[in-house]
Design a protein around this ligand. Structure first.
Ligand code: PEP
Length: 249
């Protein structure tokens, strides 16, 4: 049985004052029946740990370097994220693939480094609207999946988030059939590569304009084990109903 996961990606949002909302979220969900993960900006990991310690909320980073340490000004290693309180890291988000020109090969090396540091990786995949219209979405997802996911992956340390680029922050979401098609495809690919045991235990999240109004429908789609949520994870009042929808799914 896969335990469902509601993950929030704060992106480059949040100052010290935002931690008050994290406390509200922790207090509102003392014993959730799903896993909860919040990925604040790295500057907030350490103070966030003081708030989430002993609660159901786990913390994650939003990226990490391939190396453990060295002359890489401005970068953070997986080990540093762990030291600051993270137990997970988002890798290969489309904003990094696009704005930082990250390739799937780099994502794979980063994921290997994160696994070596004991972090769970949430690896993001997704097609652009141009790719959806011009090509076969499954070819794009299949290539990203095989190139981004390292051999060090297990059912515990790998989570995949299917995030169509055109759905992120746009208010647009794919149809349930479109989400279901991609998730079924990813599950089959994982089972083929890692065997049914690991392949069936990897959690598959959907991400892209998830909000309270559409969460229940998305969570009813087979092989959707939760969500990676951007905008609607910033406020406890927006994220809580999504968590509750996942608990009821
Ligand atoms: C994201 O950036 O991972 C995301 C899903 O954003 P949003 O929920 O705002 O579309």
């Amino acid at each position: 049985m896969r335990r469902k996961l509601a993950a929030g990606n704060w992106k480059m949002n949040g100052l010290g004052a935002s931690l008050a909302d994290l406390r509200v979220l922790a207090d509102s969900h003392p014993e959730p029946s799903v896993d909860l993960l919040i990925c604040p900006p790295a500057t907030l990991l350490h103070p966030a740990r003081a708030i989430t310690e002993g609660t159901a909320i786990a913390l994650g980073g939003q990226d990490c370097h391939t190396e453990v340490s060295g002359a890489f000004t401005g970068d953070l290693s997986a080990e540093m994220l762990g030291d600051a309180g993270a137990t997970a890291v988002i890798l290969g988000h489309s904003e990094r693939r696009d704005k930082h020109r990250e390739t799937s090969e780099e994502v794979r090396v980063k994921a290997r480094a994160a696994h070596a540091a004991g972090l769970m990786t949430v690896i993001c995949l997704g097609e652009s609207m141009f790719q959806r219209e011009a090509t076969n979405t499954l070819d794009i997802i299949g290539a990203q999946l095989s190139l981004s996911v390292p051999d060090t992956s297990t059912g515990e340390n790998l989570v995949i988030a299917y995030e169509p680029v055109w759905a992120i922050g746009s208010g647009m979401t794919p149809t349930p059939e479109q989400i279901g098609e991609v998730h079924t495809f990813m599950r089959a690919r994982l089972e083929k590569r890692f065997g049914p045991g690991v392949g069936r235990s990897v959690r598959l999240l959907y991400g892209g304009s998830v909000k309270a109004a559409n969460a229940a429908e998305i969570f009813s789609i087979p092989d959707v084990d939760g969500a990676l949520v951007g905008g609607a994870s910033l406020k406890a009042s927006d994220f809580s109903p999504i968590i509750e929808a996942l608990e009821s799914a």
